[in-house]
Design a protein around this ligand. Structure first.
Ligand SMILES: Nc1nc2c(ncn2[C@@H]2O[C@H](COP(=O)(O)OP(=O)(O)OP(=O)(O)O)[C@@H](O)[C@H]2O)c(=O)[nH]1
Length: 504
């Protein structure tokens, strides 16, 4: 490491003696002064009072949330040296404790110089507050901390298995708790859109008398508040005690805060599985507040609880979506397994299952069971003359008519195979079956599909075979089908376009 000889400011002995790690640079001077506490924190030799920027670059820092070191352009010390006002938690590579990095511009009136002061302090001690012996106010703080932790444990328990209709209420309870304990005027939750390009204020708590701006804070694009977005994404925290001290690059943010009468802001990013979901925050409206590490810790905890809850709800929703999709796929598969692909009425498989079931049901209840077999006449000629596609269309049309006629419970119209159809009619007498067979013939007449090559009629006709039986324990589906088939054969033999039943 090289040492540049900078000119030490005359108040340097004062800064050097402070127990807090501190870096100081003057605006016109590239040298960075490090006091004894800083040199010891960075494990640098104590005679290296003046550091170059490249010395500073080699100080390995990382965000407490992230495992990797900051990228060069995101290094908070370099950012601070470039004039950014920061209050961010950081971790040094060789130092496991989280430190609070605080940078601010100062104008030393006595020496007519202005510069930047960067301090790094352990997080358990509030910035700029020296550690004092324990007093009764510390006890009060301890009690408050205990109270807060108790409340959080109640809220997080409620949020673990929260029903969606109670989610908003519990989030608002958590925000109210953190708002009260941080002595804030307003606390809120903002969620980022999936592509992180905008944010919306989804939940809010306001102290009585404080104005809510939630409705106006919807779908705010990142370009509207670039400094804020960048700070939250990079450091996962945005802590401003006095918004009037925001740097020049935060003009948009300053205007927004002033428009909402905000004097101090503290925001903590919400992460779930390394994804930034949004942030929780507190505002001071009535007065300024120097945010404490307790405020930061509480807000961070609430953010973590809410982030986990939102993530759980998302998982649960996607699980439900998946279950719904699986159900639909199953229904589709079931449909495909039981439906004829061409005509969309029941297929042979469904016919076999239904006939078996109805046979048993009719045997149990001593009902008659009717079965009608329908075969389109001279369909080969039809195909040969009009083409296979026209044949398909005709099969679809006649199938729809058969389906329309099987309207009572348990009745089923099915494609038995090729140009042959079947209708199961449980509880129908032979007279009922004959009536329906006539309706089938009539439906074909009404359809009036021309068949120029038929030697029976000028339109499509069908031969129909009927059987009607009172099944008993000895009855089989094969016997019933055989009986209906024989009747159909008789109808064909009798010249087609006619109805026969198995007792004829
Ligand atoms: N377009 C089309 N034709 C089919 C389909 N399934 C079977 N066929 C046809 O249906 C015709 C049935 O012919 P056949 O069994 O000789 O009976 P037919 O010509 O109707 O004569 P009969 O039944 O004796 O009146 C054949 O030409 C098959 O190719 C199908 O899904 N689509």
């Amino acid at each position: 490491m090289t040492i540049q000889t900078g000119t030490l400011p005359h108040f340097w002995p004062l800064l050097d003696a402070l127990p807090v790690a501190l870096l100081y640079t003057e605006h016109a001077n590239p040298a960075v002064f490090a006091n004894m506490a800083a040199l010891s924190l960075f494990h640098l030799p104590t005679n290296k009072t003046v550091l170059t920027r490249s010395d500073v670059q080699q100080i390995q820092l990382r965000c407490p949330e992230k495992l990797q070191s900051f990228k060069l352009e995101e290094n908070p010390i370099l950012q601070a040296l470039n004039g950014c006002s920061l209050q961010v938690p950081v971790v040094l590579e060789h130092h496991s404790a989280t430190l609070f990095l605080h940078s601010t511009s100062v104008a030393a009136e006595v020496s007519d110089t202005s510069g930047i002061v960067i301090t790094l302090q352990p997080l358990y001690c509030a910035p700029n507050v020296p550690t004092l012996p324990q007093t009764s106010s510390d006890n009060a703080e301890l009690e408050e901390a205990l109270e807060f932790d108790k409340l959080m444990s109640v809220i997080s328990t409620k949020l673990i298995n929260v029903q969606e209709n109670m989610l908003d209420q519990h989030i608002e309870d958590a925000l109210a708790a953190v708002g009260e304990f941080c002595h804030a005027d307003r606390s809120y939750l903002f969620q980022f859109s999936d592509n992180m390009s905008e944010m919306s204020n989804t939940h809010e708590w306001v102290r009585s008398g404080v104005t809510s701006h939630k409705d106006q804070l919807q779908q705010i694009p990142d370009i509207a508040l670039p400094y804020f977005f960048q700070q939250v994404k990079r450091y996962h925290v945005f802590a401003i005690n006095d918004v009037s001290t925001l740097p020049a690059e935060a003009t948009a943010e300053k205007q927004e805060f002033e428009a909402e009468d905000i004097q101090s802001v503290l925001c903590c990013a919400m992460l779930a599985d390394d994804k930034l979901l949004g942030f929780v925050g507190c505002d001071m409206v009535s007065r300024q507040r120097n945010w404490t590490n307790n405020d930061w810790r509480r807000l961070k905890l609430v953010g973590e609880i809410i982030a986990n809850t939102l993530q759980n709800v998302r998982y649960r929703r996607s699980l439900q979506d998946m279950q719904q999709q699986l159900l639909l796929v199953n229904l589709e598969l079931q449909k495909q397994a039981t439906q004829d692909g061409l005509t969309a009425i029941a297929n042979r498989r469904q016919f076999d299952i239904s006939l078996q079931n109805e046979l048993q049901r009719c045997a149990r209840n001593q009902y008659p069971l009717g079965l009608i077999m329908i075969d389109i006449d001279r369909f080969k000629r039809y195909n040969d003359y009009y083409g296979h596609q026209a044949g398909d269309d005709t099969l679809k049309q006649v199938a729809q008519q058969f389906q329309r006629l099987a309207k009572r419970q348990g009745e089923l119209a099915a494609r038995y195979g090729g140009e042959e159809f079947a209708m199961i009619l449980p509880g129908s007498t032979i007279e009922d079956c004959e009536r329906i067979a006539k309706q089938i013939q009539q439906a074909l007449v009404t359809l009036n599909i021309a068949h120029a090559k038929s030697d029976i009629a000028s339109n499509i006709t069908a031969s129909i075979g009927i059987t009607c039986q009172y099944p008993d324990k000895t009855s089989t589906v094969d016997n019933i089908i055989k009986a209906a088939d024989q009747a159909l054969y008789q109808a064909k033999a009798a010249g087609r376009n006619c109805i026969r039943n198995s007792s004829n």
